[in-house]
Ligand binder design. Sequence first.
Ligand SMILES: CC(C)(COP(=O)(O)OP(=O)(O)OC[C@H]1O[C@@H](n2cnc3c(N)ncnc32)[C@H](O)[C@@H]1OP(=O)(O)O)[C@@H](O)C(=O)NCCC(=O)NCCS
Length: 164
Amino acid sequence: MLTIRPLANESHDDRANVLRIFLESPSYTELVEGRLPSAEDVEDFFYGKPDAKDVADKSVFGFYVGSEMIGCADVIRAYPTDDCAWIGLLFLSEAHQRRGHGTGALALIDAMAHEWGYRSLQLAAISTNPGGLAFWRCEGFEEIRRTTNQRFTGEVIVMERTIK
Ligand SMILES: CC(C)(COP(=O)(O)OP(=O)(O)OC[C@H]1O[C@@H](n2cnc3c(N)ncnc32)[C@H](O)[C@@H]1OP(=O)(O)O)[C@@H](O)C(=O)NCCC(=O)NCCS
């Protein structure tokens, strides 16, 4: 069974686990940024946020099978609108992908966002990450706009799903 736990940026173990997830899954940063993962990805995971938001609006989580952390996600509250929660990154270690854990992790985030009182979830997927896009579409997310950001190798596709 998949469980969710908040991560703490001051915890050495939590930071090491997030770095491990990135290093175990190098194809993600290769696809969306054309580079290998690095320690900077851990900084960005814990602290990266839209300019309009405060770092206190961001929460980071680990997903566990037993005591093993197999993935992580960050969520920004009330972004880009007051009734919406924004998924910054949902990331599973490569060995644990395509086994239904993504669906399970998203259900846990959805339930939490529902409890927080939000009406929808939004995120940005990058067009050069077809597997990620296929996952979000399969989960009922629909494209609402496209934009570009020079950090990424492809278009930034903003997607949304209503929280039931
Ligand atoms: C994207 C991600 C979170 C999905 O989690 P997952 O556990 O691999 O996906 P699931 O097994 O729960 O898949 C659910 C459904 O999504 C679709 N899907 C998931 N990954 C897919 C892929 N690579 N290609 C095509 N369809 C895919 C399938 O329809 C799948 O159902 P099926 O296995 O019965 O066919 C995970 O693969 C991941 O962490 N990838 C690297 C990081 C990433 O791209 N994150 C998203 C950033 S936008």
